[in-house]
Design a protein around this ligand. Structure first.
Ligand code: AR6
Length: 231
């Protein structure tokens, strides 16, 4: 059968890899603790072409707003590569704010393999979804639906058939999903971000007044959704 891991148990090799990933970070010693953790991608900044400077301002502002509501929970911004522009922007902007670096940090890795490859336990992950809440289409959406298997699509469609920009839907992941069994993910929160890509639905033109409002609403809906699960 397939190897499974308990969300409560780590392995030496995972821990080693995690400490390598965070070698330069002051939060390295806490990456193994079993605290409620939301891992989220930067909504709208790849396929949806949202401006990175503006997006990073909004992420940091929203994280700061939710800091004191988190209790012992953590928020982790994830991206695939070490060279991620959005990660470095957010990292440097967060450093200038009063943000507890153990409650919010950035992490390089595939959001569908954070525990197995990164040693980082995240019981909730966010998805940068499409408005139909359908698998595929590339980006993090395709990866999450593919890693979770068909049960995520079923569970999602029981709760919602579509999403408006700025909104989120919290989906409990069936325990049969590989993402649950292998990675310890119990919920996926789908978020629909503002779209600045003319070849995608709900294109905003270059209206960043609307775009910033919608992106800000996205993070409010996401963080409130996370808090509704863990508190
Ligand atoms: N793990 C972590 N981060 C990832 C992963 C991954 N596996 N894959 C991508 N990212 P995007 P959007 C990062 O394009 O801009 C989809 O096709 C990526 O580097 O996934 O909101 C949907 O169906 C970037 O930082 O989402 C929608 O139609 C972030 O995730 C549309 O794209 C978001 O990139 C949404 O576009």
């Amino acid at each position: 059968g397939q190897e499974t891991v308990s969300p409560l148990l780590g392995t030496a090799s995972n821990e080693l890899r995690a400490s390598e990933n965070l070698a330069t970070s002051s939060v390295a010693q806490n990456v193994f603790s079993n605290v409620p953790t939301l891992a989220f991608p930067s909504i709208s900044t790849a396929d949806f072409q949202f401006n990175h400077e503006k997006a990073s301002d909004i992420i940091v502002e929203k994280v700061e707003e939710f800091m004191n509501k988190l209790g012992n929970a953590r928020l982790v911004l994830v991206d695939l590569s070490k060279g991620s522009k959005i990660l470095s922007l957010v990292k440097s902007k967060a450093a200038q704010k009063i943000i507890d670096s153990e409650k919010f940090f950035t992490f390089v890795g595939d959001i569908t393999r954070l525990f197995s490859e990164g040693g980082l336990r995240c019981n909730v992950i966010a998805n940068a979804a499409n408005w139909r809440l359908k698998p595929g289409g590339g980006g993090v959406n395709a990866s999450i639906f593919s890693a979770a298997g068909p049960s995520l699509e079923f569970a999602t469609n029981e709760l919602a058939k579509s999403l408006l920009p700025g909104n989120a839907v919290v989906v409990p992941l069936p325990s049969t999903s590989p993402l649950y069994r292998k990675e310890g993910v119990s919920h996926v929160i789908h978020v629909l971000g503002p779209n600045m890509n003319p070849s995608r639905p709900n294109w905003l033109g270059n209206d960043y007044v609307k775009g910033c409002k919608i992106l800000s609403d996205c993070y409010t809906a996401l963080f409130e959704g996370f808090l509704s699960i863990v508190t």
